[in-house]
Structures are given as structure tokens and as C-alpha cells.
Design a protein. Structure first.
Length: 80
């Protein structure tokens, strides 16, 4: 389907932080190939997925830091 292909190309371009001209061209093709309601749906879905990814990555980093801090505290207590 041309719409899905154009959407995927546009999102890939965004993910790769391609040249502005390439992103603009990909966006134009995406909007041309897909109905407006689809573009809105896909963009909203992508935004939500990116937010979830950021939250999960932040929580994972916080958990790793907490484990490292707990291990350091345990090691100090055992050495004392």
C-alpha cells in the first residue's frame, strides 16, 4: 500500500534525522499518499509510542542506578 510505504519512509527519515529537504519531501509524499484522518491517527500513535519509550527508558535507567546504589551500600556495610 502506498500510504504505508510513504508513512514508513517519512518516519525512517525522522528517526535518522535526515536532511531537512529529505524530511520535507517525505512528509509531502506521506500526506499525498494517505488520507488526512490516517495521517493524524498515525502521527498521534507515533507520538504516544515515543512518549512511552522515553518513560520506559527513564524508569529502566532509574532502576539500574538504584540497584547500583544498593549494591554499593551493601558492600560498604559488609566491609565495615
Amino acid at each position: 500500500n502506498k500510504c504505508y510505504t510513504a508513512r514508513d519512509a517519512y518516519y525512517s527519515c525522522l528517526d535518522e534525522a535526515g536532511p531537512k529537504r529529505a524530511v520535507k519531501s517525505a512528509l509531502k509524499e506521506y500526506k499525498r499518499a494517505c488520507p488526512g484522518s490516517w495521517v493524524k491517527h498515525f502521527d498521534d500513535k507515533r507520538e504516544t509510542e515515543l512518549r512511552v519509550k522515553i518513560v520506559l527508558e527513564t524508569r529502566a535507567a532509574e532502576a539500574t542506578a538504584a540497584k547500583a546504589a544498593a549494591a554499593a551500600t551493601t558492600a560498604k556495610a559488609a566491609a565495615a
